[in-house]
Ligand binder design. Structure first.
Ligand code: GLV
Length: 316
């Protein structure tokens, strides 16, 4: 009997592929992650793991699994910076993720942040809720127009392109930068040029060594003072401290963030920064999308355990 560890309760229906294939599912109830010690012990008892981005699947965990009969780890996320993929490859453990199914939902959330940050929605709502709104005022909460603005996308994968589609509907001019030329309209070869031309900057690159602090103090200084920064990718792509400094100094107008460098901790100077919309990593959080993500991850496990090549193999 094949055993699959599922590290958290998943949305209803998410486990269907595993159940359908008759795997024995060992599932953690509730929403708290296992400790590293618990994970290390449990992986040695299973053939597969379905995990979340808050589980750290590091080398010791993978070694413990591979020394026993672990064959595949499937992340219920498109980003997989929580998994030591090099170690998995070396140990012959397959890694899968869930690209594709969350693009539109994540792009919706990125656009929510573009709009909310540009129009100072959080500040205005906060004042209203605490009884600090004295009535309509011609000089109140003066944000930036989104229509007609230039959107600079850092990264132009599925999610970046889904954001671009929304931006066109808002009459934005859309530019993008990627490491390798895309040959698509709006491509800007230099990140510095993209920064200088963007009214709104939205980040859509995975977290890798090469993208850690890709947007730091130097890059933020290249933005124009009315610029808005949006991050729905991974927190460490932006130097949070530098962004907080720029927001406090007013050298960046506003920010909309869904991800943080050290989740669930949020840098205190970001919490106190003006004109900042902060969401708790919910960009893919629609019921339908989270269910679909769980199913896709479970399907990846089923494929590997049945000897098929999964569609979303990271360790290819
Ligand atoms: C969410 O952050 C994901 O990577 O799917």
């Amino acid at each position: 009997m094949t055993r699959v560890l599922v590290t958290r309760a998943l949305p209803t229906g998410g486990l269907e592929p595993l159940v359908g294939d008759g795997h024995d599912v060992v599932q953690r109830a509730g929403d708290t992650p296992y400790t590293q010690a618990e994970l290390t012990e449990l992986v040695a008892t299973v053939d597969a793991v379905v995990c979340l981005l808050t589980d750290r699947i590091d080398e010791p965990v993978l070694e413990a699994g591979a020394a026993s009969h672990l064959r595949v780890v499937a992340n219920v996320a498109v980003g997989y910076d929580n998994i030591d993929v090099d170690a998995a490859r070396r140990l012959g453990v397959a890694v899968c993720n869930t690209p594709g199914v969350l693009d539109e939902t994540t792009a919706d959330a990125a656009f929510l942040l573009v709009l909310a940050a540009s129009r100072l929605a959080s500040e205005a709502e906060r004042d209203l809720r605490r009884g600090a709104w004295s009535g309509w005022g011609i000089n109140q909460y003066l944000g930036n127009d989104v229509h007609g603005a230039t959107l600079g996308l850092v990264g132009y994968g599925r999610i970046g392109r889904a954001v671009a589609r929304r931006a066109s509907g808002f009459g934005m001019q859309v530019l993008h930068h990627t490491r390798h030329p895309t040959d698509m309209p709006g491509y800007v070869g230099s990140l510095d040029d993209l920064l200088a031309e963007s009214d709104v900057l939205s980040i859509h690159v995975p977290l890798r060594d090469s993208t850690r602090h890709l947007i730091g103090a130097r890059e933020l200084a290249l933005l124009r003072p009315h610029a808005v920064v949006v991050n729905t990718a991974r927190g460490p792509v932006v130097d949070e401290e530098a962004l907080a400094d720029a927001l406090h100094a007013g050298t960046v107008f506003a920010a909309g963030l869904d991800v943080y460098e050290d989740e669930p901790t949020v840098h205190p100077r970001l919490l106190s920064a003006p004109r900042t919309v902060l969401l708790p990593h919910i960009a893919s959080a629609s019921r339908a999308t989270r269910t679909q993500m769980a199913r896709v991850a479970c399907q990846g496990v089923c494929d590997v355990l049945a000897g098929r090549r999964p569609e979303n193999l990271v360790t290819a």
